[in-house]
Write a protein that binds this ligand. Structure first.
Ligand SMILES: [Zn+2]
Length: 165
């Protein structure tokens, strides 16, 4: 399987960056700093730049960096911009092969056992309803496939690349 792309999202795209992490893409969020720093990061870490800024998009592409112009006002539409660029070779589908990453810090998630989930303080109601629990390797956050995850999964199904023109 082709290695999934890594991204750096510009300051306007924080919520898109969080979704891409949950979708399992290594995504840096460039919250502060100038365009040149963003481009340096993209070059150094071989990340595809995600931006809604046409000027930045054109300049980055002109400098030989990979960039995707993100269009649309909703994250669904923005994710479609990405799907269109990559074509059918890259599935954005959630719950497929990729493991989600931490929405907050982009760390890798590790599947944990029930004992660790209990020790981590996951509420009993959640423990009763779910089977799979994850912990972030870089920050102490726990994850499970709750309502938010389900909503994103449905969204990801609507992004099926074969429907794209
Ligand atoms: Zn984390």
């Amino acid at each position: 399987m082709k290695r999934p792309p890594r991204f750096v999202a510009d300051a306007m795209l924080g919520s898109l960056a969080r979704k891409l992490r949950i979708f399992g893409f290594d995504t840096s969020y460039f919250a502060e700093g100038g365009d040149l720093e963003l481009e340096a990061l993209a070059r150094r870490e071989r990340r595809v730049i995600l931006t809604s800024d046409k000027g930045l998009f054109a300049r980055s592409a002109g400098r030989g960096l990979k960039a995707i112009l993100i269009e649309g006002k909703t994250d669904g539409a923005r994710l479609r911009s990405i799907a269109r660029q990559f074509g059918p070779g890259m599935s954005l589908r959630l719950g497929g092969g990729r493991v989600s990453r931490c929405a907050v810090c982009n760390g890798e998630l590790e599947l944990i056992g029930r004992t660790e989930a209990v020790a981590g303080g996951i509420p009993p109601k959640v423990l009763a309803r779910h089977r799979l629990f994850y912990v972030c390797r870089s920050c102490p956050r726990f994850y499970w496939r709750g309502k938010h995850w389900e909503r994103l999964r449905r969204l990801s199904y609507s992004l099926n690349t074969k429907d794209l023109s």
